[in-house]
Design a protein around this ligand. Structure first.
Ligand SMILES: O=P(O)(O)OC[C@H]1O[C@H](OP(=O)(O)OP(=O)(O)O)[C@H](O)[C@@H]1O
Ligand SMILES: NC(=O)CC[C@H](N)C(=O)O
Length: 624
């Protein structure tokens, strides 16, 4: 993207399904730790605010620690956490000698040697970027079956409401952030389920026996059914109890992604399919999606099932995942990104007046690289058609024909990304600074004042990347014209399901509309929409009214004007993907509320209306 407002999260869960000794003998004691490291590292694209790892040991005698957790907001949080865990292993190896390879000794003497692992990568959407807000969140209890660790890729639109429900229950949550609220809600029903089983058996068994019965009978599906029914949001939520039951629950519209793989050794869950493929090298086809409204539940004996726990809604999985967040190494995502690039070709050809000879194509690294390949494939196809026409008409002489046949679209690496960070994912306060210094260019590869430069990016959110960096840099090459192409449609509305885009004024498309309303003296539309938002029952998104008076092209044109600062001499044009073509490229991932304003839950309408109210009242705060 060019100036994205990013925020996402990634989850990773591993459940060893055989005794730990089996893995120690077959792969060595570090097996699960290394696998989790890979699963997380291969998803680091999803979260750079912080990371966390939790571990639960099964069947540990009382008196020994069975839950461990590390979290970090370090610059390299994954490395930092695994360094600390490795240190524990090294110490244990030194102290234990041959005992290091014995399950019982290892579990009793070294933390993070349990059979159930939970990893998380965070981009905060609620609360600050502090270690306290990193996942896994932990709700500890002296009864194993009541202890709970939760980590998720989620955002709730109705935290206030969920918070009130908890306080009405008499609880006293320590913070009003969605991570705490969600964990306390699940924790509350986990307590109730424990109590229910206890009540049913208290007359027949001793308390110690009942603990064992609870471990066997605890039904996490039932807990989730009750805990999640008031959730309004997008989520892929994973949790482990102190006894080692595990779950991963996915929201009713399938907004956030979650995938799993299982064989007789492991059950593995990750946000992204490719992470599982790379870490475990299993057949791609054996990695399944956790279905929307379903939860994968793993018992303490390692049995697992995927079942529905909530009424499904129309499937609306997030298309932004496909365009930007997820790794493009997933074969389906790769194909979709290429198609996005290809579908833009007719509009680009129009914009360059079919003059391929004087056009140089390039892309903004890194995510847009794949759509660039698709765009170039489309250009090649166009060229082949043109060549065929010329051959058929045979109007050209040999020399001219040879020139035509040997002509290739001109491709150059014009934009270089110097920092590895995904700037979208950096917090707002530091983003502009980072963006300005992240990119560089290749000099003297274009014909000055003659060439048009076409640069594709995956998305334009705030426009910061363009305004503060890309356009200034490209203009130094002195092209006649710069065309910025976005493989995503115009981002017009907030996200409230896990991507941190919640303030209207952040969106360059919204700022363009404000400018157009002012120019056309239609500012009354803002006031009218504001009144509607204030009095709304939130069954409608009233912010659509603000965009309605203008065509897609008018808004694109205004965006081009806004990002073109005075010192830029080249002509600037911005071309956006249409929503229709996005759905052609990615037909199964129809979640498009940030482009269309069609939110899959009522909470979404509430968030967009509130975001607009906040804007009108000058409040620079998140709308959920
Ligand atoms: O319009 P803006 O708000 O500036 O956001 C859009 C930019 O942010 C992203 O880049 P990022 O550096 O995060 O990631 P990438 O290297 O994966 O493309 C994205 O690819 C765009 O270039
Ligand atoms: N991006 C996410 O999934 C964020 C998770 C959670 N809402 C948090 O703020 O930590």
């Amino acid at each position: 993207m060019s100036d994205i407002i990013k925020h996402e999260c990634g989850i990773a869960l591993i459940r060893l399904r055989k005794p730990l000794q089996y893995f120690i003998d077959k792969y060595g004691p570090l097996y699960a730790m290394n696998k989790l490291y890979l699963l997380m590292e291969k998803q680091h694209n999803r979260g750079q605010d912080g990371a966390g790892v939790g571990n639960v040991k099964l069947n540990v005698d009382p008196g020994h620690r069975y839950i461990s957790r590390y979290r970090s907001v370090d610059n390299q949080p994954i490395t930092q956490i695994f360094k600390k865990i490795s240190k524990k292993y090294k110490k244990a190896k030194k102290e234990g000698g041959k005992w290091f390879n014995q399950e019982k000794w290892l579990k009793e003497n070294c933390a993070f040697t349990g059979e159930v692992w939970l990893g998380h990568l965070r981009y905060g959407t609620h609360g600050q970027n502090a270690i306290e807000n990193c996942h896994p969140m932990l709700r500890q209890n002296n009864w194993k079956n009541r202890s709970l660790m939760v980590a998720g890729n989620f955002n709730m639109t109705n935290v206030e409401e969920l918070f009130d429900i908890l306080t009405e229950l008499g609880q006293h949550p320590k913070e009003k952030v969605d991570t705490v609220t969600v964990m306390e809600k699940i924790g509350h029903f986990l307590d109730e389920e424990n109590q229910r089983i206890f009540e049913a058996h208290k007359d027949e068994y001793t308390n110690a026996e009942i603990t064992q019965i609870i471990e066997e009978k605890l039904d996490l599906l039932d807990v989730l059914q009750r805990a999640c029914r008031d959730f309004d949001g997008g989520y892929a939520m994973a949790g482990i109890t102190g006894a080692g039951h595990a779950f991963v629950a996915r929201d009713p519209s399938g907004i956030r992604p979650a995938h799993y793989y299982a064989d007789d050794e492991v059950v593995v869950v990750a946000s992204e399919k490719t992470a599982i493929k790379t870490a475990f090298n299993v057949n791609y086809a054996d990695i399944q999606e956790i279905k929307p409204a379903h939860a994968l539940v793993i018992n303490t004996n390692g049995d697992y099932k995927m079942e529905q726990f909530i009424e499904p809604l129309e499937r609306k999985s997030c298309s932004f995942e496909r365009i930007y967040f997820s790794r493009g190494s997933d074969p389906a995502i790769y194909a979709e990104r290429k198609m996005l690039g290809k579908l833009l070709v007719p509009k680009i050809l129009d914009a360059i007046d079919y003059d391929l000879e004087n056009t140089v194509f390039s892309y903004i690294p890194n995510t847009a690289e794949t759509s660039f390949l698709g765009m170039m494939e489309g250009m090649e196809q166009h060229l082949a058609k043109r060549q065929l026409q010329e051959l058929r008409s045979a109007r050209e002489d040999d020399q001219a024909l040879e020139k035509l046949l040997s002509f290739r679209p001109r491709v150059e690496k014009l934009v270089i990304k110097d920092a590895k960070l995904r700037t979208f994912i950096t917090d707002d306060a530091h983003r502009d600074d980072l963006v300005a210094h992240v990119y560089d260019t290749t000099y003297e590869v274009i014909k000055k004042k003659v060439d048009t430069v076409v640069v594709i990016d995956d998305s334009i959110v705030r426009g910061t990347t363009l305004e503060k960096s890309i356009l200034r840099m490209l203009d130094r090459l002195e092209p006649k014209k710069i065309i910025i192409v976005s493989s995503a449609p115009q981002i017009r509305f907030p996200d409230c399901y896990g991507i941190d885009m919640s303030k209207m004024k952040d969106f360059i498309a919204f700022r363009a509309v404000l400018a157009l309303l002012e120019e056309t003296k239609q500012e009354n539309i803002l006031e009218e929409a504001y009144q509607k938002c204030l009095n709304s029952d939130n069954t409608k998104n009233h912010v659509k009214d603000v965009f309605a008076p203008f065509t897609y092209e008018q808004i694109s044109q205004k965006i081009a004007e806004l990002v073109k600062i005075d010192t830029i001499e080249a002509e600037v044009e911005v071309i956006y993907q249409t929503v229709e073509n996005l759905h052609k490229a990615s037909p199964e991932h129809t979640g498009d509320w940030y482009f269309t304003g069609d939110f899959p839950t009522q909470g979404g309408n509430r968030v967009v209306n509130k975001a607009f109210v906040n804007f009108m009242e000058g409040k620079e705060v998140r709308a959920y």
